[in-house]
Design a binder for this molecule. Structure first.
Ligand code: FES
Length: 110
């Protein structure tokens, strides 16, 4: 189980949900009603699933692939700890993961 914590864009709301190993972060977020559109359904073409990962947790995730990095370069408000939620599968050994929803979203498919 991974305890996933979603922090709203303005920091005012924190939601915690438990996710099973192997679940995709985007699916967990959408099931919780988080405002991540995921328009391209994981094709790394839209960047609407962009999240900013907690600094400590960021280091625990497998590194982003080159296509993911390329898409993040175009994502609005991206930081050094940005990831695409459609590319993150929760590992069995990941106990917790905290991510923040960015305040701006740019859909690169439009
Ligand atoms: S769902 Fe489009 S880039 Fe992740």
């Amino acid at each position: 189980m991974t305890r996933v914590r979603f922090i709203s864009a303005d920091g005012s709301t924190v939601r915690e949900v438990d996710a099973a190993p192997g679940e995709r972060l985007l699916d967990v977020a959408q099931a919780d009603g988080q405002p991540l559109e995921g328009t391209c359904e994981g094709q790394m073409a839209c960047s609407t699933c962009h999240v900013i990962v907690d600094v400590t947790d960021f280091a625990k995730l497998p590194p982003a692939s080159e296509p993911e990095e390329d898409m993040l370069d175009l994502a609005a408000g991206a930081t050094r700890h940005s990831r695409l939620a459609c590319q993150i599968y929760l590992g069995a050994d990941l106990e917790e993961l905290t991510v923040r929803i960015p305040s701006e979203v740019r859909n690169m498919q439009r």
